[in-house]
Design a binder for this molecule. Sequence first.
Ligand code: AMP
Length: 363
Amino acid sequence: MTAAAIPPGSTIGILGAGQLGRMTALAAAELGYRTVVLTPEEDAPASHVSALTIHADYTDEAALAHLARVADVVTLEFENVPAEAVSFLESLGKPVRPGSRVLAVAQDRVAEKDFARSIGGGTAPYEKVDTLKALIPALERIGRPSVLKTRRMGYDGKGQRIIAHRDNPVEAWDAIGGKPAILEGFVKFNREISVIVARGLDGAVRAYVPVENRHREHILAETIAPAPISRELAKQAESLAARLATQLDLVGLLAVEMFVTDDGRILVNELAPRPHNSGHWTIDACMVSQFEQLVRAVCGLPLGSPERHADAVMSNLLGDDVERWPEFMKEPNARLHLYGKAEARKGRKMGHVTRLTPRNDRR
Ligand code: AMP
């Protein structure tokens, strides 16, 4: 334990109160911590399992000051919390982990890719496109097909548009709302993988095994753990993720989404400095889950073992899928997790099922 450890019995503040906050709060409770969440949302999933909910906008300074009074440390469950909120908490002397420096990189797709390159990571070819005028020459250099994405606030395929050979770039620019953007070359990937690493206050880093992610309509549908890739590629992906976390001086979790190309290269697509949907399987299949690892990291405790004791396939329950819960409960090797959301809107993440099989190291 580091000198600055925040011991069990203390209170962890969380910005945001969705399912990631909920599973963090549950892991915190297992280690004897209390959680307080700040969210503008009514009846948020993490509110059901936290000691206190502060209902407010993220920029409400009185609410943030309240959070700073009751919490010993603050973390976050999504990287798009306004930077001012985090800086304000820091100005009150409250540790926020990960802090504003990490968020400045992770909130901006251009900064993210610049950073990945600066530490020797590969990315798709890309260019910053802040205006429609800049899009045309950028498109000539990057070529088609390419993907135009807003620099900020994009998730689950929102705020992005493919520009194929016959597409009108002006339409793509309008479709993403005419906001500062990044233009990326379209990667013909073989598979999408991600690695989640935890980094402690003392700089220790632990990586979970790389997993494969399959999407439907831009939303994660399934995570396969471990990813069916060679040991060598898995090592490369893990060490790249560890280097990113270390060079960011991050305390907490970093999820690194990557493409594996046909010729076996790894390209960084996105960084998320928080628990990640592709790490939900760790609750049921690993010694210490990503959520407990986050609690340990932000509280300055030793990190736990990310070792898996089983292989797993995690399936998200999106929208109406959740109605099949009685079926999943009957499966002997399935673990069901429901997030307590009242309304099953289309594509909404309502829960997940993790199916376990004995660990198999022959790959
Ligand atoms: P993102 O919001 O950047 O995670 O992108 C959402 C999904 O779009 C990714 O998981 C990929 O399936 C796809 N995608 C994003 N960027 C590219 C790219 N440069 N080339 C090919 N597919 C991409």
